[in-house]
Ligand binder design. Structure first.
Ligand SMILES: NC(=O)c1ccc[n+]([C@@H]2O[C@H](COP(=O)([O-])OP(=O)(O)OC[C@H]3O[C@@H](n4cnc5c(N)ncnc54)[C@H](OP(=O)(O)O)[C@@H]3O)[C@@H](O)[C@H]2O)c1
Length: 253
């Protein structure tokens, strides 16, 4: 595991600290920026996007917040543990954990393998579990904390060609409610369940039209829609164990 401090990293701070996994790109990036705007110093986690992470750290520095970059493969428990030890050394506290890193691979049911299952469970469920049990004692040490998991509407309304993904996100929803109970009263644990907020490169125009046609609000969401809801949950003092759908009504259909 490597850590790449940015230019603002030399001075220690007592500001609250948020760790966002998968923060270098896409949705995680918007969450990191929103929490920086909310006044948090940011631990930017990435696996394989060092230049995007460095660009984000620079943007956060412009907002007047401290940002440090932590690299780890979250399918490796030893790398997760090392990342938290590094975080202790650099920030000395942790107040918020957002589990956003994930994988999403098309896995048609007739070709499913054991590897497809492990691939999705290890990243989308086991890693948030391991990060949460690392985060919890650190948050308790400060007297409070907030964990937000990014699930998916598919945790409740499954996609036929993504069985392992849907199972992993349904598990993450249960991890949310069970940890909310187990980690109370100091720590809140909630989820945001987005519908589509960014199209993927492999989706055709026809796929995209079909996705939009199923959303009552008539458009896909944005990463900022998710980020604002994460911020709401982090700032809420008496909300725990809930999942907020950010899906334009998709889960009603
Ligand atoms: N995008 C959507 O429309 C949508 C819809 C519903 C739910 N969601 C959920 O929202 C969250 C963010 O979505 P997204 O589209 O931004 O996700 P994404 O682009 O598919 O993945 C986010 C990041 O996860 C990191 N990651 C993947 N495997 C990893 C591993 N083994 N170790 C460490 N990091 C790993 C990658 O980091 P590196 O780039 O550094 O490798 C990647 O940039 C995810 O939990 C996703 O399931 C998204």
């Amino acid at each position: 595991m490597n850590r790449f401090p940015d230019a603002t990293s030399a001075t220690a701070t007592s500001a609250k600290v948020a760790l966002v996994t998968g923060a270098a790109r896409r949705v995680g990036r918007s969450i990191a920026l929103e929490l920086a705007r909310a006044g948090y110093d940011i631990a930017i986690h990435h696996r394989s996007s060092p230049s995007e992470a460095a660009k984000l750290a620079a943007e956060i520095a412009v907002l007047g917040r401290r940002a440090l970059i932590f690299q780890a493969d979250l399918t490796r428990a030893d790398q997760i543990n090392a990342m938290f030890l590094d975080l202790d050394r650099e920030f000395g506290r942790l107040d918020v954990l957002v589990n956003s890193a994930a994988v999403f691979r098309r896995t048609p049911v007739l070709t499913l393998t054991a590897e497809d299952f492990d691939f999705h469970i290890d990243t989308n469920l086991k890693a948030p579990y391991l990060c949460s049990i690392q985060a919890a004692p650190r948050m308790r040490a400060t007297g409070s904390g907030a964990i937000v998991n990014i699930t998916d509407v598919a945790a409740q309304r499954p996609f036929g060609n993504h069985v392992p993904y849907c199972v992993s996100k349904a598990g993450l929803a249960m991890l949310t409610s069970s940890l909310a109970r187990a980690l109370a009263p100091e720590i809140t644990v909630n989820s945001v369940a987005p519908g589509t907020v960014l199209f993927r490169d492999d989706e055709s125009d026809e796929d995209r039209r079909r996705i939009v046609s199923r959303i009552p609000r008539g458009r896909i969401g944005t990463p900022e829609d998710v980020a604002l809801t994460v911020r709401f949950l982090v700032e809420s003092r008496h909300v725990t164990g809930v999942t907020i759908a950010v899906d334009g009504g998709r889960s009603l259909a």
